[in-house]
Design a protein around this ligand. Structure first.
Ligand code: UDP
Ligand code: MG
Length: 323
């Protein structure tokens, strides 16, 4: 029989003081059950990554750690965003566990799916994606913008798992491979499918946030979408080239028409055509420069190789267990 795996659940937390206690209660129960059923090793942990919260999240984490044998915490030096916080947590724990599961702090991801995830892991999968089976609890707006986003990604040639956010199991082997991706601009759900290995998906029903507010308002969602596309695809640049070709061919055709009109002596002061040309060509030009600029900006940031996260401190005996 295979040895039971040591599991680490990694949870990025940003201003989550209102949910962290409830989440930990649920997860602790779950851990105990899993250990009892010999699905996971008794030294399994729940690691919360405080992403520079401005509320009492870190104090709460330290409090929880005192009375909870599974809980540990990592405090980042400042707010770096969900993706960086998650990667920081995963990279910190990866050498000490057989498997990690990443999930949000708000219990929107059904923790009962962990059982199926572990099953799939024992069956040989290295990466297991939690996939939402329904979006009933989402608003009409969120549902449609999210679906549109997946479609757009696919069209741009990005291989992302449909309806999968960042609820996912990754084995140590998969995490070691992820560690080789050096990029500073992170879009984990697009990067992980590039790793390969045997994968599986587990469906779950996503519920509403237990408490607190979403940290992803529309503005952040749009930024995240742009980040995802520009990080994983150069199709926008190609689209510019196509637009350029299209306008070029169009201009030849139109020029022929202009010449015909000129030689037939019918030229009139064409105010409308001139003004339209100026605006359209000017607009397309600016757009094209903007898109190219986005990529140059990314190259600029990437070349600096700034740290993606800085760890300020750990809880309790995390130094001793060398997490
Ligand atoms: N989060 C984070 N840093 C941030 C924003 C969010 O670590 O700057 C965490 C947050 O605490 C939560 C997860 O990322 O655990 C997902 O955030 P949220 O639930 O607000 O997003 P939504 O589910 O609404 O998309
Ligand atoms: Mg959430």
């Amino acid at each position: 029989m295979k040895e039971v795996a040591k599991l680490c659940i990694v949870i990025p937390c940003y201003n989550e003081e209102s949910v962290i206690d409830i989440t930990l209660d649920h997860l602790t129960q779950k851990m105990s059950q899993l250990i009892e059923k010999k699905i996971i090793h008794e030294d399994s942990k729940i690691v919360m990554v405080d992403d520079g919260s401005s509320d009492n999240t870190w104090q709460d984490i330290m409090e929880i750690v005192k009375s909870n044998r599974y809980a540990e915490g990592i405090k980042l030096s400042r707010n770096r965003g969900h993706q960086n916080a998650l990667l920081g947590g995963l990279m910190t724990v990866k050498n000490h566990f057989d498997v990690t599961i990443s999930m949000d702090a708000d219990l929107q991801d059904d923790i009962n799916a962990i059982n199926q995830m572990m099953e799939a892991y024992y069956a040989g999968a290295q990466i297991i994606y939690g996939v939402r089976s329904s979006r009933e609890t989402d608003s009409w707006f969120k549902k449609h913008t999210a679906l549109g986003f997946y479609r757009l990604l696919r069209w741009m040639g990005v291989d992302s798992v449909y309806n999968h956010a960042d609820y996912r199991l990754m084995s140590r082997v998969a995490l070691d491979s992820l560690a080789n991706f050096k990029e500073v601009n992170l879009f984990l759900r697009g990067m992980v499918p590039m790793i390969g290995y045997k994968t599986a998906t587990v469906e779950y029903k996503r519920s509403e946030r237990v408490a607190g507010e979403s940290k992803y308002p529309l503005r952040k969602m749009i930024e995240f979408a742009i980040e995802g596309i520009t990080s994983l695809s150069v199709k926008p640049l190609r689209l510019i080239t196509f637009t350029g070709w299209f306008l070029f061919i169009l201009s030849i055709i139109i020029s022929l028409y202009f010449l015909v009109v000129y030689f037939s002596g019918n030229t009139v002061p064409g105010w409308t055509t001139i003004v339209m040309s100026i605006w359209i060509i000017g607009g397309v030009n600016l757009l094209a420069i903007g898109v190219v600029g986005e990529y140059i900006g990314k190259i600029y940031i990437e070349t600096k190789e700034r740290p993606k996260y800085i760890i300020e401190t750990y809880t309790r005996d995390m130094h001793e267990v060398k997490l």
